[in-house]
Design a binder for this molecule. Structure first.
Ligand code: NAI
Ligand code: MG
Length: 486
């Protein structure tokens, strides 16, 4: 095999820019709170900007809900639950959910462009992953609404009541769909809070909810920062908290609801292992590694951020990985050629840069791709560290950026022990030609999802969730319904 040692950016990767048009999207200058199917100004009278992380420009002003506003939303959700939603048949609820899915699909392009503008993710991903998957979640759960007795045989499934849902900024629309669709199918009403840097697609979804004729108060969307989220968590008339975000905030929420009637599901951070054995198809595995950590700028809770390579193929894998990194395009999220878009916020970029500094100080060897990055906006080159040991901070803590640590192993037992040696347990990947080895590892890796010879694949039908400090409860599939039923 010819050995290509060049890892420099080559001209063959220089495509002409191919930006997606923004002419068809409609954004208001100012967004109010969505309560009772109406746009309500916040009693705090405060607004905050939502910016485009690729240009640092303000896209819109967003209402900042305080506890008075949250109380209004919870009251609307309670009234809708008692007077309308709990009295409808499952088939009727299903029709509304199905209608929402159809309307989202019709406006898919608008959703994709707004997601990329507000969040920084490449248009290719928002167009091909986030928006279609979000629609699929509504379609999927629409089908369950009149079949709850089949989902929970020999039980009398009953809704919990009002669900408070708090979501992060890495998959804004998709997380809203993950939360809202099963809650409605199971017969609950909802108060949802998007993350402060990415409220826009949830507010667009509110437009659809209003147009779909969903009864007022069934879905309420309140925007704001952590204090708005805390007001939802601490509201006495909430029956269930569904949270996706950092392990720190997950712990705060658990403390806040301890001893109350509130049920909860928490989907928290991760430090997932991607494991490559020497019999794996190397080129596919390298694609899987790239997809596992550089997909969505590494803003993925189940990102394959720790790579374990069998020692005898480490040199080859690392060499191929470095050349592949050189072909990745970092830049304008709206450009259809872009592989890696903008880091979601200045704060998150600073966090990632802090970890890169720590990695160098710890003595690990850094490699970053040579590509040019825009001078404006928040961007980070794909980065890998070799010479990493278990005790290094960069191998222990969630970085939530395009930063990969590489370690080697010799035996199966050794890699299982190393992969499990983390407080997290969200996901893992195994690359090998041997089926028996896959089964051996899937039973021994303490992770909610284990992918075999692939990575970062999602489907509404399959449950998702963590072990240990990655949280508890499952979203997606029949399991996801259980989280919203008595
Ligand atoms: P975060 O956990 O603070 O934010 C997630 C959501 O929780 C947002 O909607 C936020 O407004 C809300 N929130 C914040 N404080 C709250 C409180 N006390 N009570 C209720 N809700 C509250 O995450 P952040 O600060 O944006 O990111 C920090 C780190 O968290 C990242 O660097 C990453 O490591 C991790 N993270 C993990 C995610 C995951 O999917 N597992 C998603 C986002 C962040
Ligand atoms: Mg934004």
């Amino acid at each position: 095999m010819a050995k290509n040692t060049s890892t420099k950016n080559t001209a063959e990767w220089n495509y002409a820019a191919s930006p997606e048009s923004t002419s068809h999207i409609r954004l208001e200058k100012k967004y109010q709170l969505f309560i009772n199917n109406e746009w309500v100004s916040p009693s705090s009278k405060k607004y905050f900007p939502s910016t485009n992380p690729a240009s640092e420009e303000v896209l819109a002003e967003i209402a900042w809900a305080n506890d008075v506003d949250v109380d209004k939303a919870v009251k609307a959700a309670r009234k809708a639950y008692q007077e309308v939603w709990s009295k409808l048949s499952g088939a009727e609820r299903g029709k509304y959910i199905y209608r929402i899915a159809r309307m989202m699909q019709e406006r898919a392009r608008e959703f994709a462009v707004i997601e990329s503008l507000d969040c920084g993710k490449p248009i290719r991903e928002s167009r091909d992953v986030d928006v279609p998957l979000a629609c699929n979640h509504f379609f999927y759960y629409a089908g369950w609404a009149d079949k709850l007795e089949y989902a929970m045989p020999h039980k009398k499934p009953e809704a919990l009541g009002v669900a408070g849902q708090i979501i992060p900024w890495n998959f804004p629309l998709l997380m809203a769909a993950w939360k809202i669709a099963p809650a409605l199918a199971a017969g609950n009403t909802v108060v949802l809070k998007p993350a402060e840097t990415t409220s826009l697609t949830a507010l667009k979804l509110a437009e659809i909810i209003k147009d779909s004729g969903l009864p007022p108060g069934v879905v309420n969307i309140v925007t704001g920062y952590g204090d708005t989220g805390a007001a939802i968590v601490n509201h006495p008339d909430i029956d269930k908290i569904a949270f996706t975000g950092s392990t720190n905030v997950g712990k705060i929420i658990q403390r806040a609801i301890a001893g109350t009637h509130k049920k909860s599901t928490l989907e928290l951070g991760g430090k997932s292992a991607n494991i490559i054995f020497d019999d794996a198809p190397i080129d596919q595995a390298v694609e899987g590694i790239v997809n596992g950590i550089f997909f969505n700028q590494g803003h993925v809770c189940c990102a394959g951020s720790r790579l374990f390579v069998q020692e005898n193929i480490a040199e080859r894998v690392i060499h191929k990985l470095k050349s592949r990194m050189e072909s990745l395009y970092v830049g304008d999220p709206l450009d259809k050629n872009t592989d890696i878009g903008a880091i979601n916020s200045k704060e998150q970029l600073e966090t990632i840069e802090k970890y890169i500094r720590i990695g160098k100080e710890e003595g690990a060897e850094i490699y970053q791709s040579q590509c040019a990055i825009p001078s404006k906006g928040y961007f980070c080159r794909p980065t890998l560290f070799t010479g990493v040991s278990q005790s290094h901070v960069i191998a222990q803590e969630e970085i939530f950026g395009p930063v990969l640590t590489i370690q080697t192993f010799r035996t199966v037992d050794e890699v299982i022990q190393k992969a499990n040696n983390t407080p997290y347990g969200l996901a893992a990947g195994v690359w090998t030609d041997k089926g028996s080895r896959i089964f051996n590892l899937t039973t021994k890796l303490r992770a909610g999802v284990v992918w075999a010879n692939t990575y970062n694949k999602f489907d509404p039908v399959s449950p998702f969730g963590g072990y240990k400090e990655s949280g508890f409860g499952r979203e997606g599939g029949v399991h996801g319904l259980g989280a919203y039923l008595k």
